[in-house]
Design a protein around this ligand. Sequence first.
Ligand code: ZNH
Length: 171
Amino acid sequence: VLEAADRAAVRALWLKLGSNVGVYTTEALERCAQAPGSPAFSPLGKASSFLPSLTRRSSRRTFLAFPSTKTYFLHLDLSPGSAQVRAHGQKVADALTLAVDHLDDLPSALSALRELHAHKLRVDPVKFKLLVHCLLVTLARHYPGDFSPSLQASLDKFLSHVISALAPNCH
Ligand code: ZNH
């Protein structure tokens, strides 16, 4: 369970994000996997190749950093600015907002989504960590002034709880 200070920090950030949660979630998805034809790289192992994608002002390509996450979305239009990716980003954002509203009971608030991801979509649990990582990077870029180490830690804990609720075997 999240501590009071973590909850307060996450709730305060969510208030600040307001209706933009979907925008940032979409950007995080776009960052996640790599466009066709680009050389694959592993950001976890090679900080040097990852850093340029952090500093690029605005990505024109979709699914940039973790190509393997793209395989789940091949049925969507993945071109830059795709309305389908945006719509999916908004759904993920709404689920995160639901989670923020149910910090006391994430597992039951997210149980239908856990079923969907584990049994129907069969998402590799590791992919959740990649998406969450991309979301943290995205928020840090847009809110550099707010992104203190303690906010980072609170958000990280919150998102870890969301992951455990969605993918219980992800450790
Ligand atoms: Zn997911 C879907 C959320 C992660 C993949 N998702 C989805 C939805 C939601 C979500 C809300 C919608 C549902 C309905 O419609 O009903 N996710 C989410 C969250 C997270 C996630 C919150 C975290 C945090 N996912 C994920 C990952 C992956 C995925 C990691 C992989 C990589 N999902 C997915 C898919 C889908 C989904 C594939 C389906 C899409 C379509 O549209 O088709």
